[in-house]
Write a protein that binds this ligand. Structure first.
Ligand SMILES: Nc1ncnc2c1ncn2[C@@H]1O[C@H](COP(=O)(O)OP(=O)(O)O)[C@@H](O)[C@H]1O
Ligand SMILES: N[C@@H](CCOP(=O)(O)O)C(=O)O
Length: 321
């Protein structure tokens, strides 16, 4: 359960007085997620999500994240909306943390997505990229090359505790990317964490996207590569080209991918695998034993990284070249 910061009822009731949110009926911590502390609130009005922003979220970035949700919703994308306080602010403070109330989105995430779901995710990602094009705020990607270096510096010395030889292997990846990371592809607002647990479905229909707390400005095709990693591998580590094809076709049915974006997919996918490997590795080595969170396995992403390292043509992802 991702509840790093606990709340008490008296403080919560006091926090809610700043909102027109109805009277509190119940609240409970949510047993999912790894970044922030989330609670489901029932009030005499609509159900709400209460989020307390934790370690990896910089307070200065919150206007970007909350403003982006408002912007995307205004462009027709289904995503949660922050509930303003009576004074108009979107942020308050609870248990010493910045905190916001967010609308509750109906639906559930898919534990076993199939190719048809991947197609919908691809289309939704492209729709988000188009809808974000005129969002006024900017946020550089804190988890691009420089961020990777920082994580790696803090983890390298203990990497071999996770698998022997990792310090050398990942050191070589870092060297590769410092020379080979694309910088001339189309940029825009990306979600940057569109994993299955951040996409809700009602039946077979995609009902909305959540968790915009890694969103930033970066290469649009990098976001596609994140989805290939998150949606198109099987539990045994095999890449499922049918899912990859569906995701890419779904994306291209809404936004075209240029030849340069397609050619860069193997490098982008290798880089995005490294990015999730590094955050997972860092968390694996540093999360305190008693924390109420399910740690994610860095080795899953090491396997994906190795797969991409061996890809010689983007056609291997299921795209016609
Ligand atoms: N707006 C929302 N509507 C419904 N459920 C939500 C909403 N936001 C979060 N959740 C629930 O909380 C869980 C964790 O949220 P998430 O934003 O992914 O947390 P984290 O940022 O900590 O990873 C989700 O998997 C979902 O079950
Ligand atoms: N998707 C990341 C972890 C971030 O978790 P989320 O609950 O915010 O999606 C990973 O799988 O490493």
């Amino acid at each position: 359960m991702a509840v790093y910061t606990d709340i008490n009822e008296v403080d919560l009731r006091n926090f809610l007085t700043a909102y027109d949110a109805g009277d509190l009926l119940s609240y409970k911590g949510i047993a999912e997620g790894v970044e922030n502390s989330n609670f489901l609130l029932h009030t005499t009005k609509a159900p709400l999500i209460l989020t307390l922003y934790e370690k990896r979220v910089d307070r200065g970035d919150l206007p970007f994240f909350l403003g982006l949700m408002e912007h995307l919703a205004s462009r027709g994308l289904t995503c949660p909306l922050p509930l303003p306080r009576r004074d108009g602010a979107l942020l308050g403070e609870l248990s010493g943390r910045p905190a916001a109330l967010i609308s509750f989105l109906e639906g559930m995430w898919l534990r076993k997505p199939e190719a048809r779901h991947c197609r919908e995710v691809g289309a939704a990602l492209a729709a988000m990229h188009l809808a974000g094009a005129d969002f006024a705020l900017k946020r550089p990607n804190a988890l691009s090359l420089e961020g990777w270096k920082g994580l790696w510096e803090k983890s390298a010395a203990r990497a071999d505790e996770v698998e022997k030889g990792l310090e050398d292997e990942i050191g070589a990846e870092m060297a590769f990317f410092s020379q080979n990371w694309p910088n001339d592809l189309p940029q825009g607002v990306i979600h940057a964490d569109l994993f299955p647990d951040n996409v809700f479905f009602l039946g077979d229909r995609l009902s909305g996207l959540i968790d915009f707390y890694f969103a930033c400005n970066d290469m649009l095709a990098y976001d596609v590569s994140i989805c290939l990693n998150a949606w198109c591998f099987e539990k045994n580590g095999d890449y499922n080209v049918t899912k990859g094809r569906a995701l890419l076709e779904g994306y291209r049915s809404v936004r075209a991918l240029s030849d340069a974006e397609i050619a860069a997919l193997p490098t982008l996918a290798r880089g995005s695998a490294l990015r999730f490997f590094l955050t997972r590795l860092y968390d694996w080595l540093t999360t305190p034993a008693g924390a109420l969170v399910v740690k994610k396995d860095p080795l899953e992403y090491l396997g994906k990284l190795r797969f991409h390292r061996g890809v010689v043509s983007p056609g291997e992802y299921g795209i016609d070249v």
